[in-house]
Design a binder for this molecule. Sequence first.
Ligand SMILES: [Mn+2]
Length: 327
Amino acid sequence: MDELSELEELFTKPENTTAGISFCDLPLPVTFDSANVIILGAPIDITTTFGKTTSGGPKSIRVTSSKQIETFIFEKNIEIYDKAMIYDLGDINFRISSYDNLEWLDDISLFWKSFDESISNIMNKLRNLNKMPVVLGGEHTITYSIYKELSRGQQPLLIHFDAHRDMKSIYDGMTMCHTTPFFHLIENGYIKGEDLVQIGIRQADKEENRFAIENRVNTFDAWDCYNGLDKVMKWINKNTRDRKIYISFDIDAYDISYLPCTGTPEPYGLNPFQVLNLINSIDESARLIGLDFVETGFRNNDFREGALATQTILRILSGAFIPSLQK
Ligand SMILES: [Mn+2]
């Protein structure tokens, strides 16, 4: 079996997902072989506590991106496919498929164990083929497994956009859940605090703040961004020079006013121009090794959030720091 068929067995094809269509549905026929960027959907919503909407994230992003017919990045005067040939593998299949009914903590931890194994396998395959994964969540818990696998031997800077630190040791009896991935990445030795930068933060508890400070996590909270974005941009530019980077983007880094669907929207958030400036401040010499875009919600057929997610992803994928196309 070739590599693509091996991978395809682990996925539900985009046309068979609830979206029924591929990300962006590019006018160019992109093959797996010609692609440098691979979209993977992870519509998982097990442990979120407030709004239960994020399992619709991949659908919202796929449908919106396929309707937005422009693939031209206006302010950069480039076509997206000059930087990123995007191939959508579909949604990841899970051995425990009925996770809507997981009720016991044992079931949930078993689910994450099986998810972790699937992700390791998929990330390894993509890494060997030099293809950069873009994982569409789903809840933020998925970052733990993705970063753990992709960062192996590379020590990338993890750039984390979020309203929340997601750095609790345990929440509601669950060690692995949407509020804990960054605690466990540090605690289990997969990242040093100084290789993590959290941007847009405005919700955390005392314990999370203490843990972040003790571990020398770099933090630019929402007020830092509001009062002095230049300083944040300068830091990003300097610290991404000649570095491998990984981006974990929780859509709730944006202000509540932009987010009609996500589960845990928060006020005092970033606006799209601030996010764009932050993305553009990543140095050209940086190399992105992976991206997850999580917590995008979908409800009442409202595609505004999917549009914001799509355009943010396309802005990231049009950056100079995208691994170049093999021509
Ligand atoms: Mn969040």
